[in-house]
Design a protein around this ligand. Sequence first.
Ligand code: CA
Length: 227
Amino acid sequence: MKLLIVEDEASIAEVVIAYAKREGYETVYASDGLEALEIFRNDDIDLVVLDLMLPKLNGEEVCRRIREHSSVPVIMLTAKSSEADVVSGLDTGANDYVSKPFSPRVLMARIRAQLRPRESRDSIASGLCADGRIEIDPERVELRKDGVPVPVTKSEFLIFSTLASRPIRTWSREEIIRTALGDDYDGFDRTIDTYIKNLRKKLAEPGHENGWIKTVYGFGYRLDDEK
Ligand code: CA
């Protein structure tokens, strides 16, 4: 998981980056609003920690522009804390709001909460994927192939819908665990291989022996979708 930290005060940015790394996140850093957008466009960012008062382009505008193209979670970080400012921050499309001075541990908890899958979250894919053959139904926690329910466990469902949420992206085992199964998962990375094996067994057919799940050797898995 890669976080974009946007903050013009170096001392605050350093603390956030240090805590994020300890949590196992990759980090990229921008010190103004334009740099933030430039990085966001060119990198594969999973979550943005965004200061409100920034040089060149303020956080609200950065958030608004990110929202034109992406539903990535954005956590606003700001000295402003009046109710009106919170409302206006959330109106621009921020997912959460942390007021300065803040506890880095609280910020990390908010980050984890945003990256954790919830059935109502849009990071859980819904609708058709796999060349339109497989339907993901988050309401019922069900996969249907050609309209016929495929008996999958909740973990298998969450793993498949995580892959489908960003079809061109390759996911490492650790990312799949963190995104699909959450922090309280205590198995090993390689346990993912067993889940994938089971999913393939349930979804496979001639011509799609891999059940639309492609192995990317030395890295992880991605959804094998033509579209
Ligand atoms: Ca600032």
